[in-house]
Write a protein that binds this ligand. Structure first.
Ligand code: SF4
Length: 523
């Protein structure tokens, strides 16, 4: 019988979150297993596989990721991520050879992706392993501003394996992104990372006991599990269907998420629960003081949207030409353009539909290419299309306003024209909150939630024709040096189509609100 694969920190992360998830992953298993990828790789592990593959909640590491780590360790030995057991054996040997070398390690030396295996069948791949005065220094690279509990767990496992391999560990910590860093250009990333010592917290991690418990769990039957917050972490657990089939449906899913009491706020929801309500269907409208809550409860109870007729006059008063405007921004963890900082929100695409009073419609857009910092071209082209008259419709317009203010600060000569745009912006989010509710929103006022209500046929949840899961990931990928032109064009087309779907939602929202009186008469 083949031995189980060695334990690694992905196993530990799964086991700490949910022992059943760990067990199922270790089993391989049928359909659910095939659909469940391992947790997202972080740090150098990801870096050495594919620098541009990922987006973490709208923040992309950036095409400069390799350059950043190598700039910090210019004399590094780099060990590529092993896949097969044979590759692991070779990577461990290479790591030991690097450590055994008689040469004096030069300043800036490290092993990036050091692989070690210990006698208790645990294997680790250490992002950065370098020399200190009294032993080795281990670092986990996080393209984030803070670490989390999973980082401490992983580091505790790395130290455990290093010690069992007979290595003397002087320190263990994180390399986090320093948001005070400004990229000067020319690949100079010295100062991007800041060190955080994890020594004070590592003692709280009983890795010996964990390894032993994981092995026991791995050998045993499928463990019980109670679905909870862990099921939706890291993009959702791939075994949800399996667990829902095991549990009674009632215990896994809320009876009616669209009528959840929390829609009226947690505090009031707690009071309503105490009064015996299970959802908003049974709550008398007079019980709700806030008009927005009353509107939501009415929509839920009548099973149809509520749109206040008064909004029609408000919308009719908006001057033409009307500009429906959306921005897309990116915040690279590793800045790409000189003069920018980590995570700085940088606009790279705008989309604008211009409607005339007689019903004409012209669609415009700008999408940055590979030429460098796009902000000036972004601002110039935007000003050209917005002109000097007419309403500018946006949703949650603080976002667009802030980007325009930042552009005005960046480019003195464009500041007067950009500042003049601010006064013309109309926030459809504020108008919607004051006049509208649709049960499909389930208490959320995000653009996507409202779009599901006002433009149900317009799909905003994914990009069409490409694998990337976010506009940021698609844009970052489109900048990748050496990408073939057809792939780049596919990504750009997907981004432009996404922008146009978003402005279509804005137009439909505005049209719905402007026709509110007709809707009310029809009802
Ligand atoms: S769905 Fe939840 S309970 Fe089931 S394996 Fe995944 S994390 Fe565990």
């Amino acid at each position: 019988m083949a031995a189980n694969p060695l334990l690694n920190h992905n196993d530990l992360q799964r086991w700490r979150a949910c022992s059943r998830s760990f067990w199922l992953h270790r089993r391989g298993g049928p359909a659910a297993l095939a659909s469940s990828p391992p947790p997202a790789a972080t740090g150098a592990g990801r870096l050495l596989r594919d620098a541009d593959e990922s987006a973490e909640e709208g923040v992309v590491h950036g095409p400069g990721i390799n350059a950043a780590l190598r700039a910090s360790f210019p004399h590094a030995d780099i060990i590529a991520a092993p896949g097969t057991p044979a590759e692991w054996a070779a990577a461990v040997q290479r790591t030991l050879d690097c450590l055994d070398s008689d040469r004096v390690a030069p300043e800036g030396w490290a092993i990036l992706g050091a692989c070690l295996t210990s006698g208790d069948r645990t294997q680790v791949r250490i992002d950065v392993l370098t020399c200190g005065e009294h032993g080795l220094r281990l670092f986990k690279v996080r393209y984030a501003t803070v670490g989390d509990e999973a980082d401490v767990d992983a580091m505790a496992m790395w130290v455990h394996v290093a010690a069992r391999c007979g290595l003397r560990v002087q320190s263990a910590g994180l390399l986090l992104v320093d948001t005070g860093f400004t990229y000067p250009g020319h690949g100079c990333y010295a100062g991007l990372f800041r060190e955080v010592d994890l020594a004070p917290v590592l003692g709280s991690r009983p890795v010996d006991a964990w390894v032993s418990a994981m092995k026991t769990c791995d050998r045993g039957p499928e463990p019980p599990a109670t679905p909870g917050a862990q099921c939706s972490q890291n993009g959702g657990c791939g075994f949800a269907a399996h667990c829902q089939a095991l549990a009674s449906t009632a215990s896994v899913l809320p009876a009616d998420p669209q009528a959840c009491l929390d829609i009226v706020g947690r505090e009031l929801a707690a009071d309503l629960r105490d009064e015996g309500h299970a959802n908003l269907h049974s709550v008398a409208l007079q019980r709700l003081d806030n008009p927005r809550h009353r509107r939501a409860a009415l929509a839920i109870q009548q099973g149809a949207p509520v749109l206040e007729p008064a909004v029609a006059a408000l919308m009719r008063a908006l001057p033409y030409p009307r500009h429906s405007l959306r921005f897309d921004t990116i915040g690279f963890a590793v800045p790409l353009w000189p003069g920018t900082r980590p995570y700085q929100s940088l606009p790279f695409q705008w989309t604008c539909d211009v409607q005339g009073p007689a019903g004409s419609l012209v669609r415009h857009g700008f999408l940055a290419g590979t030429e460098g910092d796009p902000r000036r071209a972004f601002a110039l082209t935007l000003l050209q299309v917005l002109g000097s008259t007419g309403a500018v419709l946006a949703y949650n317009a603080g976002f667009e306003r802030n980007r325009i203010r930042e552009l005005a600060q960046q480019f003195d000569d464009l500041a007067p024209a950009l500042d003049a745009v601010l006064a013309r912006i109309v926030d459809l989010f504020q108008i919607a909150r004051a006049h509208y509710y649709h049960p499909a929103m389930a208490g959320s006022w995000s653009f996507r939630s409202v779009s599901r209500a006002v433009a149900p046929g317009v799909m905003l949840d994914r990009l069409e024709g490409v694998d990337e899961s976010s506009v940021q990931a698609a844009f970052a990928h489109s900048l990748k040096p050496g990408l073939d032109s057809a792939a780049r064009q596919r990504l750009r087309a997907a981004l432009q189509a996404h922008g146009q779907r978003e402005t279509e939602v804005l137009r439909r929202m505005a049209a719905l609100f402007e026709g509110a009186e007709a809707v009310a008469r029809h009802d």
